[in-house]
Design a protein around this ligand. Structure first.
Ligand code: FUL
Length: 478
């Protein structure tokens, strides 16, 4: 018996000694909804309302619903275009600043129900959300807080109106995965006939916490976007780029003592106490709404690839706007650009040369295989390479087997335990020596850097500084 107990104890001691504990989380970390959001990477925005028919960007709020008549409207065409472009979802402007509702809201007459389209029986939100579900992409809503049609705007009653509409959208159209709260606010408008200037205090008027609570209750898996969150932040511009340094973390008030809010939004904040990653919203055309005069100004496939690298390639998500035309269709020129872009993306990122390639490192956590470099090429996002606590640098070498032409490297941190890397570089083996091929600051969910078609058989990633021991879950080379 004694002997048996002794061997059990010895076994337990050995087992304990060989287990190396994972690093503690470096706060803040993403919650489940935010993690799911990171993985969506790129999706479509759709701006459509009376503006499409009046050739405006911001409707005044006095537009006659009679102008809204997209005779060839086809939700399937929108959704299949989005899906074929490799975009994972669609966020629809259910109501833009002009106040016109794309669904027959019971709280206003200013909607599709008073348009000639389908004799006032249309519900664009329903058709689009149904098509998204049918084709397996997510659906999101944009409900403008600023409403230039509503007589109550700028009074406390408007909040009830706004929240009623939000409740309608979150109750009647199935799962909503993202709710977009626009930051444009106040100014002149129709306001039920008053035709005047109305200003609100953006920080207090909307009483956001109580509106957010409605979303949490009715759409518990949705993420909410606004300039400053609560789940996703604006990237600080509408030109299509996140910062080359891009922290998913932010201080709890983006306005607190920050003179250059846009700059902070663009780069995030290394010591921020909130997980608040950036979303890059940008249009495929100069405007957010369709204008025939912009038919020749659709972004080229090459420019769309650039946007992808400046957003997804910098750890942000890409929200690409596609404005349907007056027929109610995504215009041929836009479809063509998207199709070519998808081809370009597929061709560029088709073959991961590092897939299951041999990987080694100068050090790894507790010398335990559990944290070895092989984890970065195993295709499993749950495994990662890590160093010991307090060690904030380290190198991973990947053997590509034979000389290859290298165009891009993609690196991912295991953000479940926090964003850590502050500086890194990439070297390639050239003429029997290591040669620097790229440098970067942050990595985050994903960082893609060009390697400019260099020829090499080996690549080395050197993490040179981090907020805590670095954790790399994936490295891909194209
Ligand atoms: C801005 C709005 O004013 C634009 O019209 C557009 O909707 C864009 C996405 O956000 O704040």
């Amino acid at each position: 018996m004694k002997k048996f107990l002794l061997s059990v104890c010895t076994f337990m001691i050995c087992a304990c000694q060989s287990e190396v504990l994972p690093p503690a989380a470096l706060l803040p970390v993403p919650d489940e909804n935010q993690l799911a959001w990171h993985e969506r990477e790129q999706y479509a925005f759709v701006h459509f309302t009376v503006n499409t028919f009046t050739d405006q960007e911001w409707g005044y709020g006095d537009e006659n619903p009679a102008v809204f008549n997209p005779m060839e409207f086809d939700a399937e065409q929108w959704v299949t275009t989005v899906k074929n472009a490799g975009l994972k979802g669609l966020i629809l402007t259910c109501k833009h600043h002009d106040g016109f509702c794309l669904w027959p809201s019971v709280y206003t007459e200013h909607s599709v129900k008073n348009s000639p389209f389908k004799d006032g029986k249309a519900d664009i939100v329903k058709e689009v959300s149904d098509a998204c579900r049918k084709h397996g992409i997510f659906f999101g809503i944009y409900l403008s807080p600023w409403d230039r049609n509503c007589a109550q705007y700028a009074t406390p009653e408007y909040l009830t109106y706004y929240r009623n509409q939000l409740t309608e959208l979150l109750s009647n159209y199935g799962e909503v995965s993202e709710v977009w709260f626009d930051g444009a606010n106040g100014g002149n408008g129709y306001y039920g006939g008053a035709r005047e200037n109305r200003h609100i205090d953006n920080k207090t008027y909307y009483d956001w916490p109580n509106t957010h609570a409605i979303v949490r209750k009715l759409a518990p898996h949705a993420v909410m976007f606004s300039d400053g969150g609560p789940d996703i932040r604006w990237c600080g511009n509408e030109s299509g780029f996140a910062g080359e340094t891009n922290w998913a973390t932010m201080p709890d008030s983006i306005y607190a003592g920050k003179p250059n809010v846009e700059t902070v939004l663009n780069a995030g904040s290394e010591n921020g106490n909130l997980w608040l990653p950036a979303e890059v919203d940008v249009s495929i055309r100069p405007g957010w709404f369709y204008h025939a005069t912009e038919d020749a100004k659709v972004r080229t496939p090459e420019n769309l690839l650039k946007l992808y690298l400046q957003s997804v390639g910098r750890g942000a998500n890409l929200l690409l706007n596609l404005p349907p035309d007056r027929r109610g269709l995504i215009h041929e020129n836009d479809v063509k650009a998207l199709t070519e872009w998808k081809k370009l993306l597929d061709a560029t990122f088709a073959t991961n040369l590092a897939d299951h390639a041999k990987a080694s490192s100068d050090k790894y956590r507790g010398s335990s295989k559990q944290y070895a470099a092989q984890n970065v090429t195993d295709g499993n996002k749950e495994t990662y390479w890590a160093t010991d606590d307090g060690v904030t640098e380290g190198s991973i070498e990947i053997d590509l087997g034979k000389p290859q032409t290298l165009h891009y490297i993609s690196i991912q941190e295991y953000i479940q335990l926090g964003q850590r890397v502050k500086n890194f570089d990439v070297e390639v083996w050239k003429d029997n020596a290591w040669m620097k091929a790229a440098t970067g600051t942050t990595i985050g969910y994903k960082r893609i850097l060009p390697l400019n078609a260099v020829e090499s058989s080996k690549i080395r990633i050197n993490i040179t500084d981090a907020r805590a021991c670095p954790l790399i879950s994936n490295i891909a080379v194209y």
